[in-house]
Design a protein around this ligand. Structure first.
Ligand code: HEC
Length: 109
């Protein structure tokens, strides 16, 4: 009986850990907002805006996801006014896809 209770507790905690990261908005807050700003408004000298950015609003989800997974550095960099690289996020493919949904959806509202 005791073992079953522990097992259920374990499964529930895993389920919660899963949903926390599957939420694109929460992932953005935890992993992106420090550079791109809490509302995706960008930060001077740090990182470009996500809100109102055509690469986000009109871009293909796969292209955006690729940058989240692989980063953008060195010769591939697009913005001279932001000297640092876009780092690899370390997110799973599914979590990155959820962030893209958030970037193209709720963030633009
Ligand atoms: C350490 C700061 C930093 C963090 C953290 C960061 N970024 Fe970036 N990001 C940058 C910089 C700098 C660039 C601009 C790179 C360039 O010059 O091309 C960038 C570029 C991008 C671009 C391309 C924008 C464009 O207009 O081409 C996307 C999309 C992006 N970031 C998404 C994210 C997401 C999503 C996260 C969180 C998972 C994240 N970034 C976390 C610094 C950061």
């Amino acid at each position: 009986m005791r073992n079953i209770i522990w097992l259920v507790a374990l499964i529930v905690s895993f389920a919660f850990a899963g949903t926390a990261l599957a939420d694109g908005a929460a992932t953005f807050k935890a992993k992106c907002a420090a550079c791109h700003g809490p509302k995706g408004e960008g930060m001077k000298g740090m990182a470009p805006a996500q809100k109102g950015n055509k690469f986000i609003t009109e871009g293909k989800p796969e292209d955006i996801k690729k940058i989240i997974l692989e980063g953008r550095a060195g010769a591939a960099k697009k913005y001279k006014e932001f000297p640092i690289d876009m780092p690899k996020s370390g997110l799973s493919d599914a979590d990155a896809a959820d962030v893209v949904k958030f970037l193209q959806g709720d963030l633009q509202k």
